[in-house]
Design a protein around this ligand. Structure first.
Ligand code: SF4
Length: 56
């Protein structure tokens, strides 16, 4: 993973509106283990002032 400032250089789009991974098929293992709503997801969302995801 390579960062530019406070975000991954492979991240496309605008945080809080719509984003996607530009290298999804070959993303690193650390990215493959992060799941929507898990602790890492919650930490990243908190950093950008986004609410936690409620999984049902
Ligand atoms: S999934 Fe990983 S490689 Fe893709 S944008 Fe997010 S942090 Fe970057």
């Amino acid at each position: 993973m390579r960062c530019e400032g406070d975000r991954c250089s492979a991240l496309q789009g605008e945080i809080g509106k719509a984003t996607a991974c530009g290298i999804y098929a070959v993303r690193p293992d650390v990215c493959r283990t992060c799941m929507p709503g898990d602790a890492e997801c919650a930490m990243a969302r908190r950093k950008f002032g986004l609410p936690m995801i409620e999984l049902t």
